[in-house]
Design a binder for this molecule. Structure first.
Ligand code: DGT
Ligand code: CA
Ligand code: CA
Length: 362
């Protein structure tokens, strides 16, 4: 049976998140940096938005080089804020989860979704799911993403990379060969620089060169396993399943009605958020062992504090501990006000669903 797999990848993920939380930088070239700390500008660019990429500022280049390019231009340089990006990533993965039979997250900003068994299993329907996903991510997070649809993970991944940003590309099983045919081998997902060089040395330039190359000759150079994998890749064949992720944590964040350090007000918000988390805990049939607060201050810095608990599935009974975490946070940060507050349960343990009396009678 033909599978239908989606690959979703957020566009310039860290940079877009920074643009959303700071309206003043929206539309400017934005560069996200990992500073190594050795000197003020040592380190590398983690990512940049598309405006900055047009200037030649791309992931991986030294920050000092990026700053030279940016000289006399209005380019925004920001340090990475992993906590912030991870929270957004978690929320997005939860949105995706609702749309798929199975979801496998492969990095902070991308996931494979198997939608084969969704209603009307066909390509048009899959495209509708992709459109819905794009709308949801835009609506909830303000972000765009690029989606690829194909009969397997490899093709879906290649499809999502085909048109970026904000793309949607469908490659049906009938279209796979046509899509791969003239593609340079370096563009095939999973074929790196070294392999590309070895292939080029053999006179192999395109996917179809590779697909039609004598297998014995390939095996002599790459070994039996890799030769087979290379030729499968060149034909867009990939049998690997979308492997359902175990959930790691459940979190909710909300914006306070005003910037505040009033514990009562903040705690009210926490109670409200915890209601939602409790529902999700029940739905997922899990216990948790860690509870955390996520505090976002008026400078939009994220702070978290955690507490380890006895295994439980009840939030209410642990809210006092959450309150203590909050209290401790303000003792350590006197005068600091919060803009947003979140609560998270993690260290999740799968739990066997117990039958309640109600289940026996229903
Ligand atoms: P895209 O997908 O081309 O629109 O742009 P990004 O920024 O989403 O790039 P992607 O999907 O390759 O990576 C997702 C995030 O991972 C990205 O926003 C920042 C981080 N990242 C990517 N490449 C690097 C890197 O070379 N170093 C570090 N530290 N982080 C990276
Ligand atoms: Ca991305
Ligand atoms: Ca990615």
């Amino acid at each position: 049976m033909t599978r239908i797999v989606l690959h979703v990848d957020l566009d310039s993920f860290y940079a877009s998140l920074e643009e959303i939380r700071n309206i003043e930088i929206k539309g400017k070239p934005v560069v996200i940096c990992v500073y190594s700390g050795r000197s003020p500008d040592s380190g590398a660019v983690s990512t940049s938005n598309y405006k900055a990429r047009e200037l030649g500022i791309k992931a991986g280049i030294p920050i000092s080089f990026a700053k030279r390019i940016a000289k006399d231009k209005e380019v925004v340089f920001l340090p990475v804020d992993m906590e912030h990006y991870r929270l957004a990533s978690d929320r997005i993965m939860e949105l995706l989860e609702e749309e798929a039979d199975a979801i496998e997250q492969v990095s902070i900003d991308e996931a494979y979704l198997d939608v084969t068994n969704r209603p009307f299993e066909n390509w048009i329907e899959a495209q509708k799911i992709a459109e819905k996903i794009k709308e949801k991510i835009k609506h909830h997070e303000g972000l765009t993403c690029s989606v690829g649809i194909g009969p397997n993970k490899l093709v879906a991944k290649m499809a999502s990379g085909h048109k970026k940003p904000n793309g949607l590309t469908v490659i049906t099983d009938a279209e796979v060969i046509g899509f791969f045919d003239k593609l340079p081998v370096s563009k095939i997902h999973g074929i790196g620089d070294r392999t590309t060089k070895s292939l080029n040395d053999l006179g192999i330039q395109t996917a179809s060169d590779l697909a039609n190359y004598n297998i014995d000759a390939l095996e002599r150079i790459f070994g039996k396993n890799k030769a087979k994998i290379l030729q499968e890749k060149a034909k867009g064949i990939d049998e690997s399943p979308v492997e359902q992720d175990e959930i790691q944590q459940i979190s909710r964040i909300g914006t306070l009605s005003e910037d505040t350090d009033n514990i009562e007000i903040i705690f009210e918000k926490i109670k409200e958020l915890s209601f939602d988390i409790q529902k999700k805990i029940k739905k997922k049939v899990v216990d948790f062992r860690t509870i955390s607060i996520i505090a976002i201050d008026t400078e939009l810095k994220t702070h978290s504090r955690s507490e380890t608990l006895q295994q439980t599935d009840l939030i209410d009974e642990n809210l006092i501990k959450v309150r203590n975490l909050l209290q401790k946070f303000f003792e350590e940060n006197p005068g600091k006000k919060l803009r947003r507050i979140g609560i998270k349960v993690s260290n999740l343990l799968e739990k066997k669903k117990q039958k309640t009396l109600g289940d026996f009678y229903s």
